[in-house]
Design a protein around this ligand. Structure first.
Ligand code: G3H
Ligand code: 13P
Ligand code: ZN
Length: 316
């Protein structure tokens, strides 16, 4: 059973006005929760693996888990993507390992250097039929290994539409992650959340037919925030991107929406709840199982927000 190419999914998402959910995977339960959701909703899926995930779980285990998912769900298009590749060497490794797309994130480098390394990755990947996401502008964030600017500074680092056109022309990347006011992690805003829809709109207008990517798209759902805070956690100020904003962006040129924090919070919330309510429980299946179920329900809901539920067959 084969993986599906990322490019086809992005093309269909662009053409039909929805976005593909790109969910980060680190272990079996997270992957199974996501897969169960897309199978029930008949949605296309991008599973993404960060360098951190690879270091944690090892590529062999991750790929074996993903292979089972692909084999068991032949009617669901599944792509696998390197999230935030930090160098040509990292991207090369993932291309060589059979990923359907890679991200080169040289957004912290000066423009010319970002172009140079992104172009180098594009040349290597395209020769092997793998597509490439690059990034221009800087997101905020507190994620280890991802870096970024502080949440307060987010608006100063939005992607410049003129530069975006030049960058895409010079690199020939297949999709572009843009900075539009989101940031990584659970603490994205200190006051009312605001995205720069004008930036998305202008880049979309200047690059017709070209898919954009939104990172830092978790919504920090109230249900999980409450469970975490009520059962011994400490994230009172967590705030994410409202789902209405995700839905709006998904109808625009944003064709891939990256979600990790909401998965982490769903799993953590349920584990905390079980530990608090059943302190004598020590069977991992009794707390990882509810965590996996919470991920499934949450992802099913996300697929409706993104508009990709029911779109599996057109992306094959
Ligand atoms: O954008 C980053 C993702 O949330 C991956 O995070 O590097 O901790 O796996 P990670
Ligand atoms: P969140 O932290 O908002 O889930 O963003 C994840 C992401 O952008 C992965 O690349
Ligand atoms: Zn990201």
């Amino acid at each position: 059973m084969a993986l599906t190419g990322t490019k086809k999914m992005l093309e269909m998402a662009y053409k039909n006005g929805y976005a593909i959910g790109a969910f980060n995977v680190n272990n079996m339960e997270i992957t199974q929760g996501i897969i169960a959701a897309v199978a029930e909703e008949k949605a296309p899926l991008i599973l993404q693996v960060s360098r951190g995930a690879r270091a944690y779980a090892s590529i062999g285990y991750l790929k074996a888990i993903i292979n089972v998912a692909v084999e068991e769900n032949p009617e669901i298009p599944i792509a696998i993507h390197l999230d935030h590749g930090d160098s040509f060497e990292t991207c090369k490794q993932f291309v060589d390992d059979g990923f359907t797309s890679v991200m080169i994130d040289a957004s912290k480098q000066a423009f010319d250097e970002n172009v140079r390394v992104s172009r180098e990755v594009v040349e290597y990947a395209h020769a092997r039929d793998v597509c490439v996401e690059a990034e221009l502008g800087q997101l905020g964030g507190i994620e280890e290994d991802v870096g970024g600017v502080s949440a307060d500074d987010v608006s100063k680092y939005l992607t410049d539409p003129d530069q975006a056109v030049e960058f895409v022309e010079k690199t020939r990347c297949d999709s572009l992650a843009v900075a539009c006011g989101t940031s990584h992690g659970a603490f994205k805003f200190k006051s009312e959340p605001k995205l720069a829809f004008d930036v998305i709109e202008e880049i979309g207008r200047r690059l017709p037919g070209f898919p954009l990517v939104m990172h830092g798209s978790s919504s920090v759902l109230q249900e999980f925030k409450d469970l975490i805070n009520n059962y011994g956690g400490d994230m009172p100020d967590a705030m994410g991107v409202p789902e209405s904003a995700i839905a709006r962006a998904s109808k625009m040129a944003i064709c891939k929406v990256n979600i990790d924090t909401d998965l982490r919070m769903a799993l953590t919330a349920k584990i905390r709840e079980v530990f608090a309510k059943e302190p004598a429980e020590f069977d991992p299946r009794k707390y990882l199982g509810p965590g996996r179920e919470a991920i499934k329900d949450m992802v099913k809901h996300k697929l409706q927000i993104l508009g990709c539920a029911g779109k599996a067959s057109e992306c094959m």
